[in-house]
Design a protein around this ligand. Structure first.
Ligand SMILES: Cc1ncc(COP(=O)(O)O)c(C=O)c1O
Length: 1014
């Protein structure tokens, strides 16, 4: 993530050169190869000849020519590696970084050294979601640390390994409350939540039946008007499923969380408390487990600031938690997201594994608790490391320092006329809203000539009369020094006159009842201890740096170091999303360029860069469709057609958008494409009630839907719209014109095609492109370039609202932009072509020894991925050796780990399939070694099937007892020591150096030894 590290100690200067990079790119062959394609031109020629093609364009000859872009694309030319570095550095220098008191609960704290260290551990930052626990203990334990640390701070027993951000976490807590309270979908919201977060909640809840009421503000005291609570009638109270309130509100005032939580408990309303974990350390605020008589039911929050600087608003780190104890057990299974549990392997070793996955979209489809797939995993890893470095004492100290600054400022303004703390009791320890008797915006403007970003105007958060002045909120942190505060004070002294008499009557004490009463302890560890520990953690994982990472659909390609460096530049990482736009020209330029590039890449009319993951992109798409139909007065279009083989998020998204009962499955034909006769009959039945269709193209079997255009035309004729799941853009980017294809909305997963690291499960990221039909409804802001070359933004005419409080996962957009600059107009289609070529080459080499799926699809040319399976005889042979058919495929996946690779995608979309996607990142030699390994695996299946029973053999742990881990759920433990680590028996790096045949023999020997065979 953009951790704001200074590469040279200062910002890069204009015309800086590659010498400023903290690494030598020539030491990383994948880094310096053109378009990040490792295969040489000889490799490409040889692979083409193996598959019997003369040139790259023939890879796409089965796609109607009118759907293909004329080449070259109308996009900028590629830049050299050096030019990209300079260009990006210059763009980051467009930002102004002033002494800033802007926070609004995204303050910038001093980040410990471990953050930068862990950010550079590629086996943690680039690895996949830990679905293969034997090769992912590094990720699992780092997430476990996050879970345990958050549990310690909050007292909550179940904290998931993150959601996108606080707004999304609140929405998820609301839907959980509705499910668990079995009451109407009516929700009470504190009006002191952030206005932009309320906007997100409204956007997400449209068409879902959720209704919001607001608990009014007491504008004198700056918190909710508690007197209103007693005026609610019994009938009204029984309508509410949940009440959402913050601990520190949007005016920087502490709410009476005891009173609000008790109100919920007394009226059987689920309480959702919004918290900031940074404030819960030693001597800090009361933890949510102690709110009221029994604690809150759910918590939502953001912990981005524990991990990284503001990054223009994201990636965030959405905290979500529920209670899970003897009294409250049932909520957990209704919650969204991933949890890590303690487990044992089959030999009884302690280890960790993802648990409770039967709630998630990949298993439960539209019945899932949420559509979330990628989360903010790597931020959770960083936040966990940050907490181990600071400990609860460190957090307490950081807040104490910030509070001293706040006090000093309060003391100073008490000597001045016309400026005062706006609220006289229980201001949060690090924030302060001031009331001024002059224009807040002028004051903020004037501060900038002193190189100070004073804070944000919050007058409109409080219904003040004109005579009551205007409000500005300031945030203090441990990054501020005494001199910083002196500068702030000196500025206000220039603006306000001294009082004639000194009158210090402001009591800034926080009432004891708002504070933590019991001790809390996360110890802090030295940098050296943590460097060593996280290094060891990383060694337990495998990274796409090391070799082919063949996860179909997930596109585990090489993630350039240059992109990470770019995202870390201060002019991106340290820019606050609420700073004046004049100061944020660097980020705005990046977002604008991406917005425009993606119109060219997709052939569509509009683009939003706001969505934070593929699944959220899908939701944006469906909400756009709903808005379009509403706008046209068609309110009855409530059906969505989705192929049965689609990714689970498609179904879960449709349900989340408000159509849990409107999903109509489309069947596949024998060749693995949408069955046109099935489509026709469903269209006939649902046509005039059709919202739209969601189609993945190329589909999840790696086959291009050659009837896509025909289907799109029919859907349009019926008045519906067409969503394309673009997770597989790696096969067609820059080649297929989605406008010609008939697409109305498509998401591009940046953590797939566009080289964003997977982070052990996230943050993902997405860009959604749309047709002109829905362009006026786009969410968030559209950025445009003014004549003077600067950037500005505005909301589209009929915008559906926002999906994120700020600009989305901005740090990731910088990475994607750096990649785009390097690829340019030739690189984009070249990248897709080599990805397809690599897959076809592997297919050619493996087809025959393995069967492929779909069964009758041999004539459908594969794009960037394909599915292997076994013959019925092979399955029968395995059954005879005690390996049931339903366990064979997952167990074969474990054999890949033995050869130093990650497993392919197992059992999706075909239950008996291994889906392989090589990407364009590997040389022919590397692909050949992979082929050799996959063939060796086939030898083992045929000649030594018993090895499957004990596989994997070289990972730090044996196969994990997932059933046991789910039965005896353990979601946290005290962090009084660093969790012990298992050890690689043979590391993936070492396996990569061994001969494939040697590995094969070792596997046989180890399997015999461990199973007691002679
Ligand atoms: C086909 C497909 N669609 C949608 C998604 C969801 O994307 P995200 O994980 O970014 O939410 C994925 C993710 O793996 C996918 O493979």
């Amino acid at each position: 993530m953009g951790n704001g590290k200074s590469i040279t100690g200062t910002k890069l200067k204009e015309n800086s050169s590659i010498a400023n990079l903290p690494y030598d790119p020539s030491e990383f062959p994948r880094e310096t190869s053109r378009h990040y394609i490792s295969a040489s031109s000889e490799d490409i020629k040889s692979m083409l000849s193996t598959i019997g093609l003369g040139d790259m364009s023939q890879l796409f000859s089965h796609i109607q020519p009118n759907l293909l872009f004329p080449q070259p694309l109308e996009l900028p030319n590629e830049l050299s590696y050096f030019e990209v570095a300079d260009e990006i550095a210059q763009i980051s220098n467009l930002s102004n970084l002033r002494l800033s008191f802007i926070g609004d609960q995204l303050p910038q704290w001093n980040t410990p050294k471990i953050i930068e260290f862990v950010s550079n551990l590629r086996n943690l930052s680039t690895s996949y979601t830990p679905y293969q626990p034997e090769r992912s203990q590094g990720t699992l334990i780092s997430h476990w640390i996050y879970q345990c640390a958050m549990s310690t701070l909050t007292g909550f027993e179940a904290i998931n390994t993150s959601l996108y951000d606080r707004s999304f976490a609140i929405f998820e807590a609301i839907t959980c409350s509705i499910r668990t309270s079995r009451r109407p979908s009516r929700i009470l919201l504190a009006s002191t939540l952030f206005p932009k977060e309320i906007e997100v909640l409204k956007t997400l809840s449209k068409e879902t039946g959720i209704k919001f009421d607001f608990l009014a503000l007491d504008s004198t005291r700056g918190h909710c008007d508690y007197s209103v609570l007693s005026s609610f009638g019994i009938d009204t109270l029984s309508q509410y499923s949940a009440f959402v309130f913050p601990q520190v509100n949007s005016l920087g005032v502490l709410e009476d969380v005891d009173l609000l939580t008790n109100f919920c408990e007394e009226n059987k309303i689920r309480s959702v408390a919004c918290i900031d974990p940074f404030l819960l350390g030693e001597g800090g605020l009361k933890p949510p487990v102690e709110f009221g008589k029994s604690g809150a039911d759910f918590i939502a929050g953001d912990a981005q600031h524990l991990a990284i600087p503001p990054n223009f608003g994201g990636p965030g780190l959405g905290i979500f938690g529920c209670r899970h104890n003897k009294e409250k057990k049932s909520d957990l299974r209704n919650t969204p997201g991933r949890y890590i549990g303690k487990a044992n392997d089959l030999k009884g070793r302690d280890c960790h594994v993802m648990v409770l996955s039967t709630r998630e979209q990949h298993i439960r489809k539209e019945k899932a608790t949420s559509n979330v797939c990628s989360n903010q995993a790597f931020l959770a890893t960083l936040a966990g490391a940050s907490l181990l470095s600071q400990g609860t004492k460190g957090l307490g100290l950081a807040v104490e320092i910030a509070n001293r600054h706040q006090q000093k400022f309060i003391d100073a303004i008490q000597m001045l006329n016309g400026i005062e703390p706006a609220f006289h009791k229980n201001n949060a320890p690090t924030e302060l809203t001031i009331r001024v008797n002059k224009s807040a915006s002028t004051l903020i403007y004037n501060a900038r000539s002193h190189d100070i970003n004073l804070g944000i105007e919050v007058t409109d958060r409080c219904n003040l009369m004109e005579s009551e002045g205007e409000l500005i909120k300031l945030s203090f942190s441990n990054l501020h020094t005494a001199e910083c505060v002196d500068r702030l004070i000196a500025f206000v002294q220039t603006e306000f006159h001294k009082k004639s008499t000194e009158l210090k009557n402001f009591n800034s004490q926080i009432d004891n009842k708002y504070l933590r009463q019991k001790t809390v302890r996360i110890p802090s560890y030295s940098d050296e201890e943590l460097f060593e520990y996280y290094n060891k953690l990383a060694e337990l994982n495998v990274s796409p740096d090391d070799g082919c990472y063949p996860l179909g659909s997930c596109t585990m390609k090489y993630n350039p170091l240059l992109n990470d460096w770019a995202a870390g530049l201060e002019g991106f990482a340290k820019v606050h999303p609420q700073c004046p736009k004049e100061d944020a020209q660097g980020p705005l330029k990046v977002l604008h360029e991406i917005q425009e590039w993606f119109k060219g890449i997709t052939g569509l009319a509009g683009v939003t860069t706001q969505p934070v993951a593929g699944a959220q992109g899908e939701l944006v798409g469906i909400k756009l469709f709903q808005a379009y139909h509403r706008h046209n007065g068609e309110n009855d279009r409530k059906y969505i057609l989705i192929p049965r083989s689609a990714h689970g998020t498609n179904f879960a998204t449709a349900a989340m958008a408000g159509y849990p009962d409107g999903i109509i499955y489309l069947e596949a034909d024998a060749a693995g494409k949408i069955d046109i006769s099935d489509f026709d009959s469903k269209l006939e039945k649902y046509g005039n009630q059709l919202c739209g269709v969601m189609i993945t193209n190329p589909n999840t079997s790696g086959i291009f839907e050659t009837d896509f255009k025909k289907i799109a035309d029919s859907v349009h004729d019926a008045g519906g719209l067409v969503y394309m799941d673009g997770a597989n853009m790696n096969a067609i980017a820059g080649l297929v014109n989605l406008g010609e294809l008939g697409v109305d909305a498509v998401h591009n997963n940046l953590h797939k095609t566009w080289t964003i690291p997977h982070g052990g499960g996230g943050p993902g990221d997405a860009i959604v492109a749309v047709s002109d039909k829905v362009v006026d409804f786009l969410p968030g802001k559209q950025i445009f370039k003014l004549k003077d070359g600067t950037y500005d933004y505005e909301s589209p005419r009929y915008s559906i609202g926002s999906f994120h409080r700020n600009w989305g996962n901005f740090g990731h957009k910088v990475r994607a932009y750096s990649y785009l600059l390097r690829l340019g107009r030739e690189g984009i289609p070249n990248m897709s072509s080599v990805a397809v070529l690599s897959a076809r080459y592997l297919f050619e080499k493996l087809n025959g020894r393995y069967k492929t799926l779909p069964e009758n699809a041999l004539d459908s040319p594969r794009m960037h991925e394909f599915i292997l399976t076994l013959s019925e005889e092979d399955f029968a042979n395995l059954e005879n050796h005690g390996i049931p058919k339903n366990q064979a495929i997952p167990q074969i996946g474990k054999l890949f780990l033995d050869f130093g690779f990650h497993a392919p995608t197992v059992a999706f979309p075909e239950i008996f399939g291994l889906m392989i996607e090589p990407t364009e990142s590997y040389t022919k030699e590397e692909l050949d070694r992979f082929v050799e390994a996959v063939l060796a695996i086939k030898d083992l299946i045929e000649l030594a099937p018993f090895v499957l029973k004990s596989a994997p053999h070289f990972t730090p742990i044996d196969r994990v007892d997932e059933v046991g881990a789910n039965r005896n759920l353990c979601l946290h433990e005290p962090l009084d020591r660093l969790p012990p680590l298992p050890h690689n028996r043979i590391s993936p790096a070492e396996l990569m150096r061994l001969e494939i045949d040697d590995i094969k023999q070792r596997v046989i020997k180890l399997a015999k030894d461990s199973q007691g065979l002679i």
